[in-house]
Design a protein around this ligand. Structure first.
Ligand SMILES: [Zn+2]
Length: 553
């Protein structure tokens, strides 16, 4: 028996019945659209595959293979199908694709001399019919276990559409679970306060919170809430929420369409500072001070509510996409604020809607408008370092918990004369906790320039060290069909930008895997005695070359 979910708004391209479910196993979602992840919204559905790989995936409607993307991390092996309704469906973390697609992919990889690829295909090359096999599920890329990551995008804008706006065979009559409310003083930065948390009591008809008194006049509200699909226990993301007072909607958000260029704006939708300190996600019902992600609506949309002097009733409604709603009723009033000890504010006041520039004699930060979501005081701490390779001290951008929406420029002045620096081999390295990021720096009027979009520790480094290469190849080796040649490059700054393997100067397809680069000997390696050459480069072009004479039998 197949249950159908009831869709609130069926205004999706092609109508709510346009797509079939792309798998023929019992549908189960490990994650839905809009679920909150580190620095992004989840942009599609994670379809469970019974903890197995190689489950067949079928075209959910007629179309053609429009794109294939192969990378070690991220989506791993991903295939995109373009449809006549102006949408593209995407299937990520896959194993093999349909044979025509695999053939085309390998030919292109050889033509472009690159395993890592992002191919756009013309419309009539590989057409697919509704229900036709398009590939097998897997666990490739940045995947935590076997599943299919499924997205529906607007083909033109590439903006992701909430896939559950289409009718798939998932019955859901379970309303969201609301765990608690969080209140904030709108007259302070969200980065300069801790929320007032209110737990909820579950009643038959919804949740209640009793009388809440707030020691400020203008408030913002956030909720901690998750949703479940009937019959499943795993928590997914909610679809939307709204706050109501005296018959009006004060503010609301809904997660319908989000583009990849906007997905980082999750950090402005949530209480980032609480999350940074280890709390769960609190989703803000009002938009932040500086925000460009279009998920908030309301009647005369405001970024706060006026706290009434005497108790008045408010209601929050939390919804899933199937129209199941949980209500939260509470009374709100003001109370006299206890005079707080204000900590002295040091640093440069950042005003998030405008350009902000920090500069001193050694470092500059240029933050474009809307780089941040709220005000804060920016500071730079420098930590002195003296080693020949280090061209500067280490600079830490503070406060460390500030989320960054857009790229910003950093300029660092080298601690020695430009004429003593190999300007083509300079990088800025960012480190934070376990993360390291290295960007090639551009010389400009006595400074070095690179762009980043996270805070952390920054340092200017001259890199003259070529990568190191380890391989299972030996001179004079006998090699047969299927033998796996493994190359393991490493680099002082942990960035390998290019690895190639050549037989008599002819390029061979190396597959990147989590423990190195692999070529399984195939028809592209001719019989007899040949020279194999491996070339490895780092981010500034330091190169290591090795060769071996081997015999293929
Ligand atoms: Zn996913």
């Amino acid at each position: 028996m197949v249950f159908l979910n009831t869709v609130v708004e069926a205004q999706v391209p092609g109508g709510a019945d346009y797509f079939d479910f792309p798998l023929r196993i019992a549908p189960k979602l490990n994650a839905n659209f809009g679920e909150m992840r580190n620095n992004h919204f989840h942009m599609g559905l994670d379809i469970a595959t019974e903890s197995r790989e190689n489950i067949p995936v079928y075209a959910p409607a007629d179309g053609y293979v429009g794109r294939m993307k192969i990378e070690l991390s991220g989506f791993g092996r991903a295939i995109y199908i373009n449809h006549a309704n102006g949408t593209t469906t995407l299937y990520a973390h896959m194993n093999r694709f349909l044979p025509e697609a695999e053939q085309y992919l390998k030919a292109q990889q050889y033509a472009l001399q690159q395993w890592k690829t992002d191919l756009t295909l013309p419309p009539d090359l590989i057409p697919v019919k509704r229900g036709q096999l398009i590939g097998y599920s897997g666990n490739t890329g940045a995947s935590q276990g076997p599943h299919v990551h499924f997205e529906i995008r607007d083909t033109q804008t590439e903006s992701c559409i909430n896939p559950l706006a289409y009718r798939f065979p998932l019955q859901d009559i379970t309303p969201p679970d609301v765990i608690r409310l969080a209140f904030y003083d709108r007259d302070k930065s969200v980065y300069e306060q801790r929320p007032i948390l209110v737990s909820l009591i579950k009643k038959n008809t919804g949740y209640v919170a009793g009388n809440i008194q707030l020691p400020f006049e203008r408030a913002m509200v956030a909720i901690q809430a998750t949703d479940r699909i009937t019959g499943f226990q795993n928590p997914n993301g909610i679809y939307g929420a709204s706050i109501h007072h005296a018959g009006r909607i004060l503010s609301a958000f809904q997660l319908n369409n989000i583009g990849y260029d906007q997905t980082r704006a999750l950090n402005g939708h949530i209480d980032y500072l609480s999350r940074f300190r280890g709390a769960p996600y609190y989703q803000m019902l009002f938009p932040p001070r500086a925000y460009r992600l279009n998920i908030y609506t309301g009647e005369g949309l405001s970024d706060h509510l006026e706290v009434p002097p005497a108790p008045e009733e408010f209601q929050i409604r939390v919804s899933d996409i199937n129209g199941n709603i949980s209500t939260v009723d509470f009374k709100l009033s003001g109370k006299l604020a206890v005079a707080e000890q204000q900590s002295p504010k040091q640093g440069m006041l950042i005003q998030p809607r405008q350009v902000n520039i920090y500069e001193d004699e050694n470092i500059q930060f240029v933050f474009p408008e809307y780089t941040f979501y709220d005000n804060f005081y920016f500071q730079v701490r420098s930590i002195f370092a003296q080693t020949a390779a280090f061209l500067s001290s280490t600079f830490q951008a503070l406060p460390e918990y500030i989320p960054v929406n857009n790229h910003f420029a950093i300029r660092i002045k080298p601690n020695r004369n430009m004429s003593l620096v190999d300007t083509g081999r300079v990088v800025i390295r960012r480190t934070y906790r376990t993360k390291t990021e290295v960007k090639k720096a551009v010389a400009e009027k006595g400074w070095f320039n690179a762009s980043f979009r996270d805070f952390g520790f920054f340092q200017l480094i001259e890199d003259k060290e070529p990568p190191v290469l380890v391989s299972n190849l030996q001179k004079g080796m006998l090699i047969r069909q299927g033998f796996r040649i493994i190359l393991k490059p490493s680099d002082n700054l942990h960035v390998i930008s290019d690895v190639r393997l050549l037989v008599d100067d002819k390029w061979l397809l190396l597959q990147q895997s989590w423990n190195g680069y692999v070529y399984a000997v195939d028809e592209n390696f001719p019989e007899g005695e040949h020279k194999l050459t491996a070339v490895v480069k780092d981010e500034v072009g330091n190169t290591t070359t090795r060769d071996w004479i081997v015999t293929r039998n």
